[in-house]
Ligand binder design. Structure first.
Ligand SMILES: NC(=O)C1=CN([C@@H]2O[C@H](COP(=O)(O)OP(=O)(O)OC[C@H]3O[C@@H](n4cnc5c(N)ncnc54)[C@H](OP(=O)(O)O)[C@@H]3O)[C@@H](O)[C@H]2O)C=CC1
Ligand SMILES: O=C(O)C1=N[C@H](C(=O)O)C[C@H](O)C1
Length: 262
């Protein structure tokens, strides 16, 4: 079965994610919604160098989205736009459309709206949708149990223009029970795509767990993994950790094909 995908956002990350969706043989990029009229009615595939037409770019304000969705339905919306976009697609969940949201930091009201949508459809939300970061989280939790007296600091490094504190770092702090105002250290330099490090300080040794995204394609591959996983889910709010833990169980079962991690 081909999964029809609608993408919100065609910026730094969305444009790379679009390329990954187009490349994936089990997905079809139906459309891409953006905030400005840039490249309206052109195809993401052409802009990204493919020679077929896929992923028509739509300026949100040019369409009545409810009507647009009825004419151009998708199985899943993948969101790499901004916190407020959730209100733009809120109405389409009644058609059974599922949602994968990768917005790193939600405004409180917008996140409450996402939570409300999860009462009607399956929503997967992850401030860091790479598969690898979830291994860092699990390893950090395990190490904290083994070395409960270690000093723990979280370091997050991103490109110069990233304004918000890393949503991933905040999630790691929360999971480790650390005060985010004291233990999250941010560095903004050059073009770093995304690096997260958890430092465990002991009297005679230091342990560092690091995850680094070298290319934004990692976010696209994670989002596609999440989209495939959520296809079989009932309404509810899911995390990437849940999607991955099920995958690990599946991979032990000879009956079911695990979703491949790339
Ligand atoms: N969870 C994860 O793993 C990751 C999450 N992110 C998150 O993804 C989001 C986007 O990041 P990034 O690509 O760097 O940001 P950019 O600013 O480069 O791109 C944002 C894109 O979203 C579009 N957009 C913004 N607001 C709306 C809206 N209300 N409706 C429709 N489209 C909208 C913009 O349109 P236009 O182009 O017309 O201006 C643009 O295409 C951020 O929240 C970021 O933190 C990023 C990487 C990984
Ligand atoms: O804005 C980004 O780009 C990223 N945001 C993330 C975050 O805030 O944690 C995840 C990723 O490293 C890239």
């Amino acid at each position: 079965m081909t999964i029809k995908v609608g993408l919100f956002g065609f910026g730094r990350t969305g444009s790379v994610v679009a390329g990954e969706i187009i490349r994936d043989s089990e997905c079809e990029l139906e459309w891409v919604i953006r905030q400005t009229p840039s490249h309206h009615n052109e195809y993401a595939s052409n802009l990204l160098g493919f020679d077929h037409l896929e992923g028509k770019i739509i300026h949100f304000k040019e369409v009545d989205f409810d009507q647009f969705f009825k004419e151009n339905p998708v199985d899943v919306i993948i969101d790499f736009s901004s916190s407020s976009a959730v209100s733009e697609y809120a109405s389409v969940v009644k058609h059974g459309c599922k949602i994968v949201s990768a917005i790193s930091n939600y405004e409180k009201n917008d996140f409450e709206q996402l939570e409300m949508l999860s009462q009607q459809t399956a929503v997967l939300y992850s401030p860091n949708i790479t598969v690898g970061i979830n291994f860092l989280m699990e390893a950090s939790k395990l190490l904290q149990k083994i070395a409960p007296h270690a000093d723990i600091e979280i370091i997050e490094e991103h490109f110069r223009g990233k304004k918000d504190v890393s949503g991933t770092a905040l999630r790691i702090a929360e999971q480790l029970g650390l005060d985010k105002n004291e233990h999250v250290n941010s560095i903004r330099v050059g073009g770093i795509v995304g690096k997260h490090e958890v430092v465990f300080g002991l009297p005679n040794q230091t342990i560092r767990i690091i995850h680094e995204s070298h290319n934004r394609a990692a976010f696209g591959q994670g989002a596609i993994y999440a989209a495939k996983w959520i296809m079989g889910k009932e309404q509810g709010l899911y995390s990437m950790e849940e999607a991955l833990s099920l995958m690990m169980t599946q991979s032990n079962s000879p009956q079911q094909e695990p979703i491949a991690i790339r």
